[in-house]
Design a protein around this ligand. Structure first.
Ligand SMILES: N[C@H](CCC[C@H](N)C(=O)O)C(=O)O
Length: 276
C-alpha cells in the first residue's frame, strides 16, 4: 500500500466553463487516467468540473496540457482551459496538446491564445464519409445543413434563427453520438446579427456548458469562411463574450477572461484506489 499522496488543485473557469487544474509541470504527479478524471469531475462525489486539466513536462514545448472531459475521455483541445492555464502560468508560453501546439499570452484577467490553424476536410473533422463541410447535406429535425470545422477538436455548427429556441439538451446528444462523427462531435447552434455571433454549445463528453472556447473558435471560423462575417468577431455565449480573430489561411486568435475560483487538495488514493 503506497503512502498518503496529497494532490493540490486549482479550481478555475473561463466564462463559467469550469476546470480542475492539476499542476504537474515539474513531473511530480502520478499518471492520470480516464476513470480517475471522471471521478474527480463528478459534481456529487468528486471535486466537480466540465474538464480536468493535467499539466505535465514536455520536450516539444514549455509544458504539456492534457484535457479530460467530465465523461473521462481525453481530448485534443480546450479553449477556455487554455486561457485559465495562461493565467496560472503567468507568462507567455507554447503548450503541447494532443491537438497541436498552442501559444498562450496572459493578459490582465484573462488571456489571448493562438489556437492554431483550422481544418475543413471531411477526414480532418473527422466524418465517416466524404461530404462538403461548408454545408453538410444532413439534418436532425429542424437543424440542417451544418458546417464542420476542426480546431484541434471536432465541431459541427448549425446557423439558426434563435439558438435559445433550440432543444439543444435533447438534440445535442443525438448529434454528438451520430455515426457520421466517428470521434463524436461538439454541437454548436449559433445566430449572426450585426456582425456578432450568439452561440450555445452541447459539448462532447460533457453536455451543455456556459461557454466553449473551441466552439467559439469553430463557429467564428465557419461564419467568416462561409457566411461573410468579418474578423474579429465577438461571440456571445451564455457565460459571457469571447473575441475571435481569423483570416483565411491563418491561425485563430481567441481573447477572453479567465478566473481562479479556489485552491484545495485531495488524497490521490481516494480517487485512484491503489493505482499510482
Ligand atoms: N468538449 C470538448 C473539449 C473542451 C472544449 C471546451 N471546454 C472549450 O473551452 O474549448 C471536446 O470534447 O472536444
Amino acid at each position: 500500500m503506497r503512502g498518503a499522496m496529497r494532490i493540490p488543485f486549482t479550481k478555475m473557469h473561463g466564462l463559467g466553463n469550469d476546470f480542475v487544474v492539476l499542476d504537474g509541470r515539474n513531473g511530480s504527479l502520478p499518471a492520470m487516467s480516464p476513470p480517475v478524471a471522471k471521478a474527480l469531475a463528478d459534481r456529487k462525489t468528486g471535486i466537480g468540473c466540465d474538464q480536468l486539466i493535467m499539466l505535465e513536462p514536455s520536450d516539444a514545448a514549455d509544458f504539456r496540457m492534457r484535457i479530460f472531459n467530465a465523461d473521462g475521455g481525453e481530448v485534443e483541445a480546450c479553449g477556455n482551459a487554455s486561457r485559465a492555464v495562461a493565467l496560472l502560468h503567468g507568462q507567455p508560453a507554447r503548450v503541447e496538446t494532443s491537438g497541436g501546439v498552442i501559444a498562450l499570452e496572459p493578459l490582465d484577467g484573462g488571456a489571448r491564445v493562438d489556437m492554431g490553424t483550422p481544418r475543413f476536410g471531411w477526414e480532418d473533422i473527422p466524418l465517416a464519409y466524404a461530404m462538403d463541410t461548408a454545408s453538410m447535406p444532413v439534418s436532425w429535425e429542424s437543424l440542417e445543413n451544418p458546417a464542420a470545422v476542426n480546431v484541434g477538436n471536432p465541431h459541427v455548427i448549425f446557423f439558426v434563427e434563435d439558438p435559445y429556441a433550440v432543444e439543444l439538451d435533447r438534440l445535442g446528444p443525438l448529434i454528438e453520438t451520430d455515426p457520421l462523427f466517428p470521434a463524436r462531435v461538439n454541437v454548436n447552434v449559433a445566430s449572426i446579427a450585426d456582425g456578432a455571433i450568439t452561440l450555445r454549445v452541447w459539448e462532447r463528453g460533457v453536455g451543455l456548458t456556459r461557454a466553449c472556447g473551441t466552439g467559439a473558435c469553430a463557429t467564428a471560423v465557419a461564419a467568416i469562411a462561409h457566411k461573410g462575417v468579418t474578423s474579429p468577431v465577438t461571440v456571445h455565449l451564455p457565460g459571457g463574450d469571447l473575441e475571435i480573430a481569423w483570416e483565411q489561411g491563418g491561425t485563430i486568435l481567441m481573447t477572453g477572461p479567465a478566473t481562479t475560483s479556489f485552491t484545495g487538495s485531495f488524497e490521490w488514493s481516494d480517487f485512484a484506489g491503489d493505482a499510482t
